[in-house]
Write a protein that binds this ligand. Structure first.
Ligand code: PLP
Length: 362
């Protein structure tokens, strides 16, 4: 297997993949695999309950928060959030990169249809999304303030809780690309959501952690299948959930617990990120333009001194077993996504390749 630096769908722990392969035809003596089981049967009920309990343990989710296993990708929730949480009020949005921009655009498009409004509380667009905003123009009466705590494309992360906006409005955070990379104080947020395909499991599944008291503000026109309240009341099973994805997510949660939980994973993630940024900064050939205090530990975009060498860089990396390093098409350059499943050895191998490329081609 290659060291896979894809931003998502991304590498999963080999132990998880091996266990899933072993259980593919016969899950624990059930005589069939998880993909073939009824979501309402006793086997799958046990799987989803265990997954929820393990996720609660990992993130220390308080009892007044509901955990939902939903579908549609994070993008669908850009629409579901205003439908469910906005009521007839106003919501604030912070834009720190491509994904929070998309969420803001969706909120802006939907709000008039549900008799509500959205405002831009801060954006770092003027400086090319190279930092988190240092000041916010928050509406104290906002129904929520939406932000993306790790921008996957631009590599910008709210690393310190002190960087978060100080507002009485509940924070609604898209954590798709850094959930479970470190301990998080769930109580700081009204709602956390994450597409699974980076640190959790297969694409399509979306994990939502939402404070109970926010569930009763939905716009009356919200379809039942998009209602967080209805999904919470039905154990995420108003309709058939993404059963196999939930099963894989559960294996990832067990893997994380076995690794020592999120504090242990955070230490490894800090180590990996520090190695890579330190090399980039010292290289004189590569550069990352994000403010050090907001540099993502999960997604490391970088540019070569000579952009004409990008094709050769990528081809050589692929040949060396270092895959999917091309940056997002909207920003170009390179990007190394180093999620939980990326071992330190993968980062070291990348640095070694970068060093050799710069020495011979720089
Ligand atoms: N939000 C963030 C931070 C992302 O990285 C992505 C991309 O994977 C999305 C939202 C969109 O996710 P999806 O394509 O699953 O809708």
């Amino acid at each position: 297997r290659v060291f896979n630096f894809s931003a998502g769908p991304a590498a999963l722990p080999e132990k998880v993949l091996r266990q899933a392969a072993d259980e593919m035809l016969d899950w624990h003596g059930a005589g069939c695999g998880v993909m073939e089981m009824s979501h309402r049967g006793q086997h799958f009920t046990g799987i989803i309950e265990r997954a929820e309990a393990d996720l609660r343990e990992l993130l220390a989710v308080p009892d007044n928060y509901r955990v939902l296993f939903l579908q549609g990708g994070a993008t669908q929730h850009f629409a579901q959030i205003p439908m469910n949480l906005l009521g007839g009020a106003s919501a604030d949005y912070v834009v720190t990169g491509g994904w929070s921009q998309k969420a803001f655009e969706m909120g802006s498009a939907l709000a008039p249809h549900i008799g509500a409004r959205v405002r831009l509380a801060a954006t770092s667009a003027e400086d090319g999304f190279r930092d988190v905003p240092r000041a916010f123009d928050c509406d104290d009466a906002a129904a929520y303030l939406h932000l993306c705590t790790n921008e996957t494309v631009h590599g910008v992360e709210f690393l310190d809780p002190a960087q978060l906006p100080d507002t009485p409005a509940p924070l609604v955070a898209d954590m798709s690309s850094h959930i479970l990379s470190r301990p998080m104080d769930v109580t700081r947020f009204g709602m956390i959501y994450a597409g699974a395909q980076k640190n959790i499991g297969p694409s399509g599944l979306v994990v939502v952690i939402v404070r109970e008291d926010l569930l009763d503000r939905a716009w009356a026109g919200t379809p039942a299948v998009m209602s967080y309240r209805t999904m919470a009341d039905n154990g995420s099973m108003l309709n058939t959930p993404a059963t196999y994805s939930i099963y894989i997510a559960g294996l990832v949660f067990q893997w994380l617990l076995g690794e020592g939980g999120l504090a242990a994973i955070e230490r490894r993630n800090i180590d990996k990120a520090q190695r890579l940024y330190a090399y980039i900064d010292a290289s004189g050939f590569y550069r990352n333009e994000v403010e050090p205090a907001a540099r993502s530990r999960m997604n490391v975009p970088f540019l070569l001194a000579d952009t004409r060498l990008e094709g050769d860089f990528l081809a050589g990396a692929q040949a060396a077993g270092l895959a999917q390093l091309k940056g997002h098409k909207s920003v170009g350059g390179m990007r190394a996504s180093i999620y939980n499943a990326m071992p330190v050895a993968g980062v070291d191998a990348l640095i070694e390749y970068m060093r050799e490329f710069a020495r011979t081609r720089g």
